[in-house]
Write a protein that binds this ligand. Structure first.
Ligand code: SF4
Ligand code: SF4
Length: 171
């Protein structure tokens, strides 16, 4: 199956189901939340959204967009660490309400494309010129993408795209 930027979430979630929940990736990072995830996590934990944010989450920035993701417990001197929600037996303690990026990302043959799908749908914002510019630089540096996320498809108006890329449209 070809994954493109417009592949429906329902199809993406089916591919994410091949995760066997071994917890390996959760020992080295965590996945970002999408809209609605924070409320679900707060409800499960019996906390307010503010409390969950302060205690368990941190900002994750990409393409001029800030999302939330679970904090990492890092050993001294290491840039990575285990997710704060990873339980003692390497099981996710919020499995049924885990962040969307965790629910769709996995280590199978589609893993890289699934993560790209999340990035292109939740960090990249074609309505934010700065997001488009940062994405253009990413592409210029050889960054991977999916069909349907070419600059010419994101911003179909060629003149508008030129103005965005040449900083004639700032916001
Ligand atoms: S929230 Fe759960 S699935 Fe996501 S990284 Fe943390 S432990 Fe893993
Ligand atoms: S995505 Fe892969 S490494 Fe991560 S928990 Fe699932 S099976 Fe394990």
């Amino acid at each position: 199956m070809e994954i493109n930027r417009k592949t429906p979430l329902s199809e993406i979630l089916k591919l994410g189901k091949t995760c066997s929940a071994c917890g390996h990736c959760c020992r080295h990072g965590s996945g970002a939340l999408a809209r609605g995830d924070l409320k679900k996590i707060a409800d499960k934990l019996g906390m307010t959204e503010k409390e969950v944010k302060e205690r368990y989450l941190e900002n994750s920035r990409k393409f001029h967009t800030v999302l939330l993701k679970p904090k990492l417990i890092k050993e001294e001197g290491r840039p990575y660490g285990r997710c704060v929600f990873l339980g003692p037996e390497n099981k996710c303690s919020i499995h049924d309400v885990k962040p969307l990026q965790c629910a769709i990302g996995n280590c199978t043959e589609h893993g890289e494309e699934l993560n790209l799908w999340f990035t292109l749908n939740h960090y990249l914002n074609e309505n934010d010129p700065e997001s488009v510019r940062q994405y253009a630089i990413y592409l210029k540096c050889g960054g991977k993408t999916l069909p349907g996320a070419e600059l010419s498809k994101l911003i179909k108006d060629k003149e508008k795209l030129r103005k965005i890329l040449e900083y004639e449209i700032m916001r």
